[in-house]
Design a protein around this ligand. Structure first.
Ligand SMILES: Nc1ncnc2c1ncn2[C@@H]1O[C@H](COP(=O)(O)OP(=O)(O)OP(=O)(O)O)[C@@H](O)[C@H]1O
Ligand SMILES: [Mg+2]
Length: 324
């Protein structure tokens, strides 16, 4: 297996109008192999969507890189203009299925025109007739009424058709890697299932093979992902195989999260949901010790002033020196 995507000590911040920095992503490192599906989970506000922008090299103020590097196929995405990134990286190398993708389609254009624009931007010289043929071929794979969908305005489509169209458009150019940022949130359970099924179909049809899948829903992730990374307050606190992270979590935050999230899962129904008390730290202020110390059930006096780094525990990575 070959590594196609590398993230090295990536830190990102938002610069507010008042000149304050919000350190939304801190010291994130991981690599992705061809064919790998990595799930990323964590509470709302822990920096998942911010990280996604960083992973695409897309820095639009107020978001700025603080330090670190992101490489696709060995090529760095840092210090490049949004225009360069849009033209040369997005859609082809890394493609995103955005959070709220549902509403991502321009309401005043037909689906075929939205899709054709994406293709035309990358396939200079290809005429519209050929573009529509390619589109039709691809949308036929999705089990939709292709002609109807392509000739509709987004509002004329069902939620499922809209989601399928967004996924279809995002993957038109067979990107090396897809990043799906909560593709199923805001959808009803039935539509969620349809979307997950579609993602699996695309993987099976080899339209793309490498994916980062971000979600609040761990029960879902453990069926989809090979590996899972758990984020807390801008950092990855644990990363391992889906099996390890879900069934044998080692970081106190992962343990708490599993208790809170998996309780609704059928196999875990007997467990009572346990909310994690307290709130994450304020990312606008410097944080000296472990970011989870304030809420950690196994906190030690030294945790509050000792910053934690990722260490290897068995076959996984954990950001807690007391994890066994
Ligand atoms: N434009 C912005 N300006 C300043 N701070 C921001 C901005 N966007 C996000 N943040 C802050 O950055 C942090 C991370 O936000 P982000 O949206 O990445 O979290 P998330 O994990 O994707 O949350 P959710 O699960 O709700 O989508 C939060 O503290 C948020 O308030
Ligand atoms: Mg988000």
């Amino acid at each position: 297996m070959s590594v196609i995507f590398e993230v090295e000590n990536l830190s990102l911040h938002y610069l507010t109008r008042f000149g304050n920095k919000i350190h939304a992503v801190n010291d994130v490192s991981f690599t992705m192999e061809q064919g790998e599906i990595l799930g990323i989970a964590g509470e709302s506000g822990c920096g998942k969507s911010t990280l996604v922008n960083g992973l695409m090299g897309l820095f639009i103020p107020p978001l700025h890189p603080t330090s670190g590097d992101v490489r696709v196929g060995g090529e760095s995405l840092m210090n490049r203009s949004p225009k360069d990134i849009r033209q040369n990286v997005l859609s082809r190398k890394v493609s995103m299925i955005p959070q709220g993708a549902f509403n991502a389609l321009n309401p005043v254009r037909k689906v075929k025109d939205i899709a054709a624009d994406v293709m035309a931007a990358h396939m200079k010289g290809m005429d519209r007739k050929h573009i529509y043929e390619r589109l039709k071929e691809r949308f036929d794979l999705f089990g939709m009424e292709t002609d109807k969908v392509l000739n509709s305005y987004p509002i004329q489509l069902t939620a499922g058709e809209r989601q399928r169209s967004v996924i279809g458009i995002s993957t038109l150019l067979n990107p090396q890697m897809v990043i799906a940022d909560e593709p199923t949130s805001a959808l009803d359970v039935t539509t969620q299932k349809v979307v997950i099924k579609l993602i699996f179909e695309l993987l099976e049809k080899k339209i793309f093979s490498t994916m980062i899948f971000i979600t609040h829903e761990l029960p879902l992730l453990r069926h989809v992902a090979d590996n899972i990374a758990i984020m807390y307050a801008g950092q990855i606190v644990e990363k391992g195989t889906a099996e390890q992270v879900v069934f044998d979590p080692r970081h106190p935050y992962t343990k708490a999260l599993m208790g809170a999230m998996l309780s609704a899962d059928a196999e875990q129904k007997t467990r009572k949901p346990t909310a994690i008390e307290g709130a994450p730290p304020n990312l606008a202020k410097p944080i000296s010790g472990c970011r989870f110390a304030e809420r950690c059930p196994s906190v030690k006096p030294e945790c509050k002033n000792r910053e934690q780094v990722i260490r290897i525990v068995g076959e996984r990575q954990v950001r807690c020196e007391y994890a066994e």
